[in-house]
Design a protein around this ligand. Structure first.
Ligand SMILES: Nc1ncnc2c1ncn2[C@@H]1O[C@H](COP(=O)(O)OP(=O)(O)OP(=O)(O)O)[C@@H](O)[C@H]1O
Ligand SMILES: [Zn+2]
Length: 573
């Protein structure tokens, strides 16, 4: 077993650069948790290690616990990834964005390096079924939706895990892991070629998430010793993909992939394991049973974090691929930005269920809009463009200090993002109260520094949450280009009208100088203004060409040599 652990850790080379203390896993650590035989019951043991100052709700104890890490300022984090047989939807977005926010808080605010590994379930009954329906291979289906999932996560600004690992590339590890569990006396093979976990062999330690479990278990062989026993290895049916194994041709069960892959990266001990709440039982329950049976330890993962489900408002069911009640991430991003979705997530606790609706998205949009407007006004004030009555500067410095304290306190308390956002909104409110515009400000004292500090702090906090204050959605980039063209068109048209007016010739009979028709002298400043506008737009990439009484325009980005070509044409003519 040690050789196996060492070899898999060796493969996870990237970890070595990040772990600053060890070249290999400290195997003494999990032995100190006690071998399975000596550990009874489900009691959670508070890890010995490095306190972080945070508390987090642990599904293993169903209460908040101090977050203590195995290594100083390093958190090992494993998360269950998607089963890639269909489009990623807002339910996935919600779960992965919420955990991304938690990881950003740990790393950016608390200085903890998070090493995150995620499995991609690329072989499973649903993938096989979908491949039959579409008449393509399971690999084609899995690759298509895995790529789409990763693209969607990038558009939502989710920081990718240190490693994504596919089940199909780890089957040899899975087979070795199952052999280890059998050797330790916690699993058995049937004559049909299936392998089951032997729940009775771990006594009362099964049921860490739900207490006394009286489950019927999953359907399977009638040769199961206990109806709750679950499959580690399934004999393949005709036409199904298979791998060779000591038990014949088959493929891994669902739960074993996570135990094996998490162990292949992190060894026998894990700080944090995450997933949606639907995964707590039986998936995480079974992962724990397998991992502790393999590693012969009493506590494999110290903290299980579960996110609440996203529902369509009014629906009792979670949004899900199998229920076909979903909105894809791509469709969503046509109407809203990634930052707006993040704000929507921040406004509820990560563990709560969340109702998705147009009105909840508009609430998120409004909150972001309020912050953006404040930042815009504060910057105008700092630059001296916005004149205001004298500011109570000391009050604002105090509010800023209080906000900093409240934000950290809220986030250290099980990542209470709604409370942190409320503290930030409160600061914005007080900032706005102090920005009272006046038309004349000569001699009025100004306080740009405190507004500079507030702008910087609020931008930093939003940045921790992955929010970009411009919060431009991709669809808007295209439409804003279009509206920019519309603005240039209108501006050029207006200039043409002014220019035509300014170029009008005086009536010779009125002036009494029939041989010298000329411009109206009082309109010459208008012509000069038209010239100035044209020459000032040129360096911005808008080239206006006057052609007789009318004008045309073009964008000249990348063609600077043409800029200034028409300089001072009017007034010099
Ligand atoms: N509506 C949802 N709200 C929050 N998290 C979700 C939601 N749907 C899925 N998740 C989470 O996304 C992750 C990947 O889930 P999975 O691929 O099994 O999605 P699914 O849509 O539930 O699929 P299926 O319908 O096949 O069960 C899991 O952690 C799961 O808990
Ligand atoms: Zn899992």
């Amino acid at each position: 077993m040690w050789r196996y652990l060492r070899s898999v850790l060796w493969k996870a080379k990237l970890l070595r650069g990040v772990f600053n203390t060890a070249q290999s896993v400290n195997t003494d650590k999990f032995i100190s948790n006690g071998p399975c035989s000596s550990v009874s019951g489900k009691k959670w043991v508070r890890p010995s290690g490095f306190a972080t100052g945070l508390k987090t709700f642990n599904s293993l104890t169903k209460q908040k616990e101090p977050l203590i890490l195995e290594r100083e300022r390093v958190a090992t984090w494993y998360s269950c990834g998607p089963t890639v047989y269909d489009h990623a939807h807002l339910g996935h977005a919600c779960s992965y964005v919420r955990f991304d926010i938690l990881q950003r808080i740990l790393s950016r605010l608390f200085g903890i390096t998070v090493i995150h590994a995620m499995v991609i379930t690329d072989i499973d009954d649903k993938i096989i079924k979908r491949s039959w329906e579409d008449n393509v291979s399971p690999t084609t289906i899995a690759t298509l939706y895995e790529d789409e999932f990763k693209r969607d996560m990038l558009s939502l600004k989710v920081i990718p895990p240190a490693v994504y690992l596919r089940v199909t590339e780890n089957v040899h590890h899975i087979v070795a892991f199952i052999e280890g569990i059998i050797k330790n006396g916690h699993a058995y093979a049937t004559k049909e070629g299936d392998v089951y976990f032997d729940i009775q062999s771990i006594g009362d330690r099964y049921g860490k998430f739900v207490g006394a479990v009286d489950s019927q278990g999953e359907p399977g062989s009638t040769n199961k010793r206990d109806s709750r026993d679950f499959a580690l290895w399934k004999q393949s049916k005709p036409q199904e993909p298979y791998w060779e194994s000591p038990w014949g041709r088959g493929r891994p069960g669902w739960h074993i992939e996570c135990s094996t892959i998490a162990s292949s990266v992190f060894g026998s001990q894990l700080d944090i394991h995450s997933g949606g709440i639907d995964l707590a039982f039986p998936h995480h329950e079974n992962e724990v049973a397998q991992s502790e049976a393999y590693h012969q330890c009493g506590q494999w993962a110290n903290y299980f974090l579960h996110s609440g489900h996203l529902h369509l408002k009014g629906s009792a069911e979670k949004m899900s691929k199998s229920l076909k009640n979903y909105i894809t991430i791509k469709d969503f991003l046509q109407s809203y930005s990634a930052s707006e979705f993040r704000m929507f997530c921040l406004l509820t606790k990560y563990r709560s269920a969340i109702d998705y609706s147009e009105s909840s998205m508009l609430e998120a949009r409004t909150s972001l809009g309020t912050i953006s407007t404040f930042i815009h006004d504060a910057k105008a004030y700092i630059k001296g463009q916005l004149q205001c009555t004298p500011v109570q500067e000391a009050v604002l410095w105090e509010r800023l200090a209080e906000t900093k304290y409240s934000v950290v306190k809220a986030l250290a308390d099980d990542f209470d993002t709604p409370r942190a956002i409320s503290a930030v909104m409160n600061l914005v409110y007080h900032g706005n109260c102090q920005l009272q515009p006046v038309s004349k400000s000569e001699g009025v004292a100004r306080s740009p520094a405190v507004f500079g500090a507030m702008v910087t702090y609020i931008s930093d906090v939003l940045d921790v949450f992955g929010i970009d204050l411009l919060h431009i959605k991709e669809a808007d980039v295209v439409s804003s280009c279009r509206s920019l063209e519309g603005i240039v068109e209108k501006l050029t048209h207006f200039r043409s009208e002014v220019r035509a007016f300014a170029l009008a010739r005086q009536d010779c009979t009125i002036t009494g100088s029939p041989n010298k028709p000329g411009l109206y002298p009082d309109r010459i400043p208008l012509l000069k203004a038209c010239d100035i506008l044209r020459s000032e737009l040129a360096p911005l990439g808008v080239l206006i060409k006057d052609r007789g009484a009318t004008s045309t325009w073009e964008l000249t980005e990348g063609k600077p040599s043409q800029r200034g070509q028409y300089k001072d044409q009017e007034t010099s003519s």
